[in-house]
Design a protein around this ligand. Sequence first.
Ligand SMILES: Nc1ncnc2c1ncn2[C@@H]1O[C@H](COP(=O)(O)OP(=O)(O)OP(=O)(O)O)[C@@H](O)[C@H]1O
Ligand SMILES: [Mg+2]
Length: 359
Amino acid sequence: MSAIELQHVTKSWGSTVAVRDVSFLVEEGAFVVLLGPSGCGKSTTLRMVAGLEDTARGRILIGGEDMTHVAPAQRHVSMVFQSYALFPHLDVRQNILFGLNVRKVPTAEKEARLKRVAELVGLAPLLDRKPAQLSGGQRQRVALARAIVAENPICLMDEPLSNLDAKLRHEMRVEIRALQQRLAMTVVYVTHDQAEAMSMADRIILMRDGDIEQEGTPDELYSAPATMFTAGFIGTPPMNLLALADGPQGAVIAGGDGPAVLESGGNGLTLGIRPEHVIVAAEAEGGIPARLTASDYLGADTVVTARIGAQTINARVPGHYAVSPDHEVRLTWAASALHVFDSQTGRRVDGHRARQNSG
Ligand SMILES: Nc1ncnc2c1ncn2[C@@H]1O[C@H](COP(=O)(O)OP(=O)(O)OP(=O)(O)O)[C@@H](O)[C@H]1O
Ligand SMILES: [Mg+2]
């Protein structure tokens, strides 16, 4: 039995369709990320699961039971919000125990749960502090502790780390993931940050304009994006997408003067290649001629930007790569690194073979 199941769930506000006929399963104990750009319907979907928004059409099952029209408190799910929503006048202990107090859980049990959770998230020495006396990361942990102390098997999180700096965000990612595994919780986690999704998720549900664009493991979305949208959303920087054109010996990169990159096809197709799979070579070595335009040094590697005709392509190369603007290079890649999409529909097209001279 799945922990959560959405069947054809739809939600509109006036003429805006926020979530359109969305269906998915979340297995028990899984960490599932709802990913997508701002406004695509992630929070609305999560809030419908929690019961904080009513569901216009479709069904929501939790633990196999139809919960579509059941009040939030009866759904037995915890929720962590981006804003933490801590009570400023209550100390950490009272903030964590707030829900249990409301539900009149006996004192001895409350204290035992508090002790366990406080140790788990590293808040034991801070129980007497008010939220104002805590760092952002500590506040985040209070919000997390409050969700965990309820001992609901399902926890819903809406961008819980977006108020934190990069270093803390990274630490909290690891902590949340470890906690989820230790407690065998089912988590649905909303973010617009693909790196966060890639590093935390068992499965990613990528949304776009209220629809599910693609669902799969992080590796499936990375190595076989079903659409140009997915290709352009996953990866740092995302996949290069280059329009192709008919050439005498197969498909060439439109506007370039290089050799064919595919044995067949051309007009109407788009080539996808990840920056980390592009190899920058000297002019003598063969490949696709390109003109360097900029570089972005990141420490371990450098993102080099180049132009093929009027199209831009990024390459991620190891170490420090000093670019002299307008320098001519050749770009190559392994045949297996290429992806092909239909430019009109945006959908992946399999079956085109890469030309050997591009690898
Ligand atoms: N209470 C509301 N009233 C009217 N429209 C709303 C309301 N809440 C959300 N919407 C609209 O529904 C769509 C989906 O919003 P939602 O908050 O689910 O997006 P999101 O994916 O969580 O975005 P973000 O990453 O910015 O948080 C948007 O077009 C938004 O403007
Ligand atoms: Mg949101």
